[in-house]
Design a protein around this ligand. Structure first.
Ligand code: SF4
Length: 360
């Protein structure tokens, strides 16, 4: 098997042949942060239950009083954190910035000593874009909050209306600006395939996102969870979730946009919580969805480079550590590579090399 490294024969090829080579890195901008330690506060601070939301099932955590959640965190921080590697604390599952006063402050003050001694490297929370009061954000920043993930879901007015999100695209954008203006980092969460989405919604959302340049993005395709208003719509045949195949195709295109904008992708698809799986009625959920989407996005990326190189068969030399992503889940992409006329060769280096195979 050929194994070109950084200084291989291929790199030293004469200029005439160099026209038929493309060397490139993996297109994804990786996020190199400490492990994120989630603290789930299901539905805490939420002004209403959104039609698709089953936070208790998605996180495997039942709703509890804030007092109980605070005490649980206090014990956990004291008992586990001293023995764990430094982490980023993340308040997820509710609308953190809309918790009744003084709870956001109390949670942050609880984490403050661990942040001072470096065992908590950063603190983030998730919230709704219409709960981003600038004064409150600045106060929370002063208490140690570093990053806010906004559950935007979509910037599309029809999708926001059909999903009864309760805010407009302008408010969603204002929420992003408020986070930035408060000196906080910004993360965005989207729900491809939510009620009211059309074929262009995700593409337009990603184009807008590329311009906003958040620190990272999560993509949670819309699924139907038992007990939600969306489940009722689905039973009445008023809502049809995307198929797994459509989701894979659309999300691969979305990843392409995020790759080009150099925006890290923090998550694709919901975590496989046992509770979620028991309550999942319909929709594009798969344990390997992230890998399936990333594989297709990488295939699209290489194929674009291959087309730019000219017609005819090619060989792709790829870093062995990316074998899983190149082949796809269960080697499902192998036929696509064959149809594209691209032969695959793994190597021990770090970059990708696409070489035109010249006729003998
Ligand atoms: S989607 Fe967000 S705001 Fe809506 S109920 Fe769920 S956690 Fe609360």
């Amino acid at each position: 098997m050929d194994a070109p490294g950084p200084h291989s024969r291929l790199d030293a090829a004469p200029s005439k042949a160099a026209l038929r080579l493309r060397c490139f890195p993996h297109p994804e901008t990786k996020h190199h942060g400490p492990p994120v330690r989630p603290v789930f506060l299901p539905f805490a601070g939420c002004p209403h239950r959104c039609v698709f939301c089953g936070q208790d099932k998605q996180t495997g955590q039942a709703s509890q009083s804030l007092e109980k959640l605070w005490n649980k965190l206090r014990q956990e921080l004291a008992s586990r954190l001293p023995f764990s590697p430094p982490c980023e604390l993340a308040f997820f599952g509710g609308t953190f910035t809309a918790l009744p006063a003084p709870w956001p402050e109390r949670f942050l003050e609880l984490a403050a000593p661990y942040k001072r001694d470096g065992r908590v490297v950063a603190i983030r929370c998730s919230t709704r874009p219409d709960q981003t009061d600038p004064d409150r954000l600045r106060r929370l920043r002063d208490l140690g909050l570093d990053l806010v993930e906004l559950g935007i879901q979509s910037f599309d007015p029809a999708a926001l209306r059909a999903s009864e999100r309760g805010y407009t695209p302008a408010q969603a954008l204002e929420g992003c600006a408020n986070v930035r203006d408060a000196g906080l980092k910004l993360g965005l969460q989207f729900m491809p395939g939510m009620p009211g989405s059309t074929g262009q919604t995700l593409e337009q959302d990603m184009a807008l996102t590329a311009g906003l340049r958040p620190e990272g993005v999560r993509l949670y395709p819309c699924v139907v969870i038992a007990g939600t208003p969306l489940a009722t719509r689905w039973h009445r045949r008023e809502f049809r979730p995307w198929s797994l195949e459509r989701t894979r195709q659309e999300l691969a295109l979305a990843l392409g946009t995020l790759y080009r904008a150099r925006i890290p992708i923090w998550r694709v698809g919901l975590h496989p919580e046992p509770d979620l799986l028991h309550h999942l009625l319909a929709g594009p959920w798969h344990p390997a969805l992230g890998q399936m989407v990333r594989s297709l996005a990488l295939f699209d990326h290489v194929r674009t480079k291959s087309l730019a190189l000219g017609t005819g068969p090619k060989v792709l030399y790829y870093p062995r550590r990316w074998s899983g992503e190149i082949m796809g889940h269960g080697a499902e992409l192998r036929p696509r590579w064959e149809r594209a006329g691209i032969r695959l060769r793994a190597h021990g280096g770090s970059g990708f090399i696409l070489r035109q195979r010249m006729p003998r």
